[in-house]
Ligand binder design. Structure first.
Ligand SMILES: [Ca+2]
Ligand SMILES: [Ca+2]
Length: 352
């Protein structure tokens, strides 16, 4: 363990092991995807990208992609016509200790006709913020500069995904770095909404962190969030949680407000609900320890892919396997879009 990493860990009140996990997750690999044209029906929406992640639809129904590794928001019309909605947004492929961290747009949300995005995945400061697009290639921060040395309460650490949340007068943001969900109001004030405790598994001395990732609004109005889980990414221990502020006190930290919704999952990175209420769940890899364990993470992710599952309310079924490091999902009436982050592409699958 690099001594500087340990120093950072101590000062952030995080375990050194946790920092190592985050660092591993964020190592950037060059896109291995080929930018050449292929058949229209090959399921590729956009490729040659650098760590695509968050997906959403704009008001005209165009697909928006948060391209974390290049600091861009992309717009896709007619499936394959890709243009930049915004460029030169805060990002870096080699920031933080050892230059081993990525920071960049991770998720997008439209609210009242405006485009908002979170930048996270950076154990440090400054860039881990919620931003608003202000016009042609312009942007401004909504939340304050993140002080990575401050206590973890009521601030961003590594924001990952976002959902509009009128119940907190703004948004709810998943923050894997804090094992938490943060409420953010329209003025940019940040409050803890949920803080997930660590959990224990057999034959592993150190408690495992929950690491909440993809977040979505359910058809019942509740918030749902998946958990990656921390090292050693135990199979079957990841959960999709249902979160609701039952007593209306502005957070979901009271009795019964966070409940397991789907269990038995592995390294969940994103979730999305279809228009019929079906829940789609992305699992990062069948062997995340090996994918993140060294070598070329893109090659690892391709050789040990993840998958997308369906939860229909009573049982889990496999919707798509051989999906490379999925980190973003979006379902429309007819299509499931998938960001395959370390393949550098966004693909799609028809929904029946
Ligand atoms: Ca998402
Ligand atoms: Ca509450």
């Amino acid at each position: 363990m690099n001594p500087y990493i340990k120093l950072v860990a101590r000062n952030l009140h995080l375990s050194a092991g946790r920092i190592a996990i985050i660092a591993s997750l964020l190592i950037i690999a060059a896109s291995v995807a080929c930018a050449s044209e292929s058949a229209d029906d090959d399921g590729i929406v956009a490729d040659g990208l650098e760590s695509p992640r968050g997906l959403t639809l704009d008001q005209d129904g165009n697909l928006l992609i948060a391209e974390s590794g290049r600091g861009r928001l992309l717009k896709v019309t007619d499936d394959r016509k890709v243009s930049s909605l915004a460029t030169r947004l805060p990002h870096s492929l080699s920031t933080g200790p050892e230059g081993a961290y990525q920071a960049g747009p991770s998720a997008i949300s439209l609210l009242n006709g405006e485009v908002f995005f979170v930048v996270g995945e950076y154990v440090g400061e400054q860039s881990a913020r919620l931003y608003r697009i202000t016009g042609e290639a312009g942007y401004e921060a909504v939340t304050p500069i993140t002080d990575g040395w401050a206590p973890l309460e009521n601030r961003f650490s590594n924001p990952y995904d976002i959902v509009n949340a009128p119940e907190v007068h703004g948004w709810i943001v998943s923050d894997p770095g804090g094992n938490s969900l943060r409420a953010v109001d329209l003025a940019g004030n940040i409050y803890d909404y949920v803080v997930f405790p660590n959990f224990v598994i057999p034959n592993h001395a150190v408690p495992v962190e929950m690491v909440p990732t993809g977040i979505a609004r359910g058809p019942d109005g509740a918030i749902y969030v998946g958990s990656l889980t921390g090292f050693p990414y135990p199979p079957g221990e990841a959960v999709v949680w249902r979160v609701e502020d039952l007593n209306g006190d502005g957070d979901a930290m009271d009795e019964g407000e966070v409940e397991p919704f789907v269990t038995g999952l592995t390294t969940v990175t994103d979730i999305t609900f279809g228009t019929d209420g079906t829940l789609y769940i992305a699992e990062f890899s069948s062997d995340t320890v090996t994918v993140l364990g060294g070598g070329d993470i893109s090659e690892n992710a391709i050789s040990i892919p993840g998958r997308v599952l369906i939860w229909n309310g009573s049982e889990l079924t496999v919707f798509a396997d051989n999906v490379v490091s999925p980190t973003g999902l979006l379902a429309t009436d007819s299509t499931l879009y998938i960001s395959e982050e370390f393949a550098g592409r966004v693909s799609k699958r028809p929904l029946n």
